[in-house]
Design a protein around this ligand. Structure first.
Ligand SMILES: [Fe+2]
Ligand SMILES: [Fe+2]
Length: 177
């Protein structure tokens, strides 16, 4: 059985993960409006993975006899100054999420909740990957600078991204990377 404090914290994290998906869908809409369909596709894949993160937490709460409570998501930002500014905002957001995951790990330790502690290790590793993948795009866009040709090439490359599978049940969630 999951403790009340962890149940509340994980329900909040479901909101943050769904909020991440909402933000990245908003960025996808921004990129489509700029004619950058590859970057829009990258953001849609990112959004789908965020839904997967929310479902992992959903499954964990549910499997441990807790109750899922969906909280309100804020309206996301819709405009950025440039593609680079949007990806920088995405990195800033991922750094915020990493801090939330670290807080969950701290709660797991304080509550002696080993089941949550083990499950959360996946998120700790995932956040390293999340920050790194966005930082690599930022590096690329900084190199490109104001080159329209470079932006078209980057857009084509980023459009290759394929999202990972969504976890439908907890056991699948643990197996899927
Ligand atoms: Fe996430
Ligand atoms: Fe993320």
């Amino acid at each position: 059985m999951i403790g009340q404090r962890m149940e509340r914290a994980m329900n909040e994290q479901i909101m943050h993960e769904a909020g991440s998906a909402y933000l990245y869908v908003s960025m996808a809409a921004y990129f489509h409006a700029k004619g950058l369909d590859g970057m829009a596709g990258w953001m849609k894949a990112q959004a789908q993975e965020e839904v997967g993160h929310a479902l992992r937490l959903f499954n964990h709460i549910n499997d441990r006899g807790g109750r899922i409570e969906l909280l309100a998501i804020d309206k996301p930002q819709a405009e950025w100054d440039s593609p680079l500014a949007a990806f920088r905002a995405a990195l800033e957001h991922e750094e915020f999420i990493t801090g939330r995951i670290d807080d969950l790990v701290k709660i797991a330790r304080e509550e002696n909740d080993n089941a949550a502690g083990i499950m959360l290790q996946w998120f700790v590793t995932e956040q390293v990957e999340e920050e790194n993948s966005v930082a690599r795009v930022i590096d690329m866009l900084e190199l490109i600078g104001d080159s329209g040709h470079g932006l078209v090439m980057a857009d084509r490359e980023l459009g290759q991204r394929i999202p990972g599978p969504l976890p439908t049940v907890a056991s699948e969630g643990e197996a899927a990377a």
